[in-house]
Write a protein that binds this ligand. Structure first.
Ligand code: EPS
Length: 395
């Protein structure tokens, strides 16, 4: 499977082309738009999210609510485009357009203009913007829906914003064995989606909102950490035979590719490095005659292959780079020290980033799942899948 996105933040639209999925997957624009809506939410977003109501218009590859096996193309119109028709017109315009010459530290402004030899930072801002992730979420909705047909669900919750962590370490619940088999990540989203900052407890939410309000007042921004959890995984997705078939590697690549993500950790990750091996490896036990584990510190992956336990990914997002009380930069046109430029942006986007990371994680899993089971139609994929799970039952 493959997808490509195109579109500038204040251009006419974002588009995506998704290919390689089997036919007969039931999917509607309503399903895709629900995911787009989740991406737009979150306390601390900027004014842009009040302008946009992201909706994917399906152009091809789906007929009467089912995939055709052909490339699926979608378009998300930017409502804000009408305010940018001159500034972002693909054709030359005869009105003066102000050039941007002061880069924001932390954004792609400086590296972008340098690498692409631009004399206007606008050229770099537009495509590096996380607005592009709307198209990704639309594309990955196909992967998400496909996986749900096999009982695989992807959810997330925010762990911290601006260093405010919860009292209770919620992820311990996922490492605890009792929820390993039946807990669905769908349930997780039912809780986190209700919170404007996608956390799991009200007291924590209040503290975070207070911190965001303070940051806003100061003209500052915040980052955060969040978890992505994938449940219903069969054993055997991904492989150790090649570096690029390892599930962990694919997930890390997918999630690291999201704007402002600076860290990805699988299972106990960094903590495991501090412990004795005996304290962190997941003991293999027999439970009612079935092979099971005592813990899930590995985060559902061993040897680059899914173990069948929930996949647990922790992600760190740096604070948004655009500051209303800017820090130091230079004016490239005058080569003089100056404060960085302001640009309308978000104050916090970790809750939205978690939804994007869910989407990208779904993509990685769907890719390796289809590498294993193949099929031109979902019926064929399902038959292959059931043949495999039947083989596992006989072991
Ligand atoms: C947006 C992500 C952010 C927003 C953007 C919409 O982009 P960036 O990564 O460039 O900060 O701030 O909104 C605008 C560009 C705007 O004009 O307000 C998104 O996720 O849709």
């Amino acid at each position: 499977i493959d997808f490509v996105t195109a579109g500038e933040s204040h251009g006419k639209a974002l588009v995506t082309v998704v290919s390689g999925f089997p036919s007969n997957i039931e999917i509607s624009s309503e399903y895709i738009n629900e995911q787009l809506k989740r991406r737009q939410a979150g306390y601390g977003r900027g004014l842009r999210m009040k302008i946009e109501t992201d909706k994917a218009e399906i152009l091809s590859g789906i007929r009467h609510g089912k995939t055709l096996g052909s490339p699926i193309s979608m378009i998300i119109w930017n409502k804000d485009w009408e305010n940018w028709t001159d500034k972002m017109n693909p054709e030359p315009v005869d009105v003066p357009i102000e050039k941007i010459s002061i880069p924001r530290p932390g954004h792609a402004d400086l590296v972008g203009v340098t690498k692409y030899n631009f004399d206007d930072i606008r050229n770099s801002i537009e495509r590096s913007s996380a607005r592009e992730t709307a198209a990704r979420v639309a594309a990955c909705s196909v992967a998400r829906k496909f996986l749900s047909e096999f009982g695989i669900h992807v959810g997330s919750f925010v762990e911290s914003i601006g260093g405010i962590y919860p009292k209770e370490n919620f992820i311990d619940k996922f490492f605890a064995n009792k929820i390993n088999s039946n807990y669905s990540a769908e349930k997780l989203n039912k809780i986190s989606d209700k919170s404007p900052v996608r956390v799991l407890d009200k007291e924590h939410e209040d503290k975070i909102i207070r911190r965001i309000k303070l940051a806003k007042k100061k003209g500052d921004t915040l980052g955060g950490t969040f978890y992505v959890v994938i449940t219903g995984m069969p054993i055997g997705i991904g492989s150790f035979v090649h570096y690029d078939t390892r599930l962990e590697a694919d997930l890390a690549h997918s999630i690291m590719s999201i704007q402002a993500v600076k860290g990805v950790e699988i299972g106990r990750g960094f903590k495991m490095a501090d412990e004795y091996g005996s304290a962190v490896h997941d003991e293999i036990v027999l439970r009612k005659g079935k092979i099971s584990r005592k813990t899930n510190n590995a985060g559902g992956i061993e040897g680059g292959i899914s173990t069948g336990l929930p996949i647990i990914i922790r992600v760190a997002m740096k604070p948004i780079a655009t500051l209303m009380s800017p820090i130091g930069s230079i004016d490239l046109s005058k080569m003089k020290n100056i404060k960085a430029r302001r640009e309308r942006s978000d104050f916090v986007a970790a809750p939205a980033c978690a939804v994007i990371a869910e989407s990208m994680a779904a993509w990685s899993v769907a890719k390796l799942f289809l590498d294993k089971f193949g099929g031109d139609s979902i019926e064929e994929t399902r038959a292959n899948f059931l043949n495999y799970t039947g083989q596992l039952e006989k072991r």
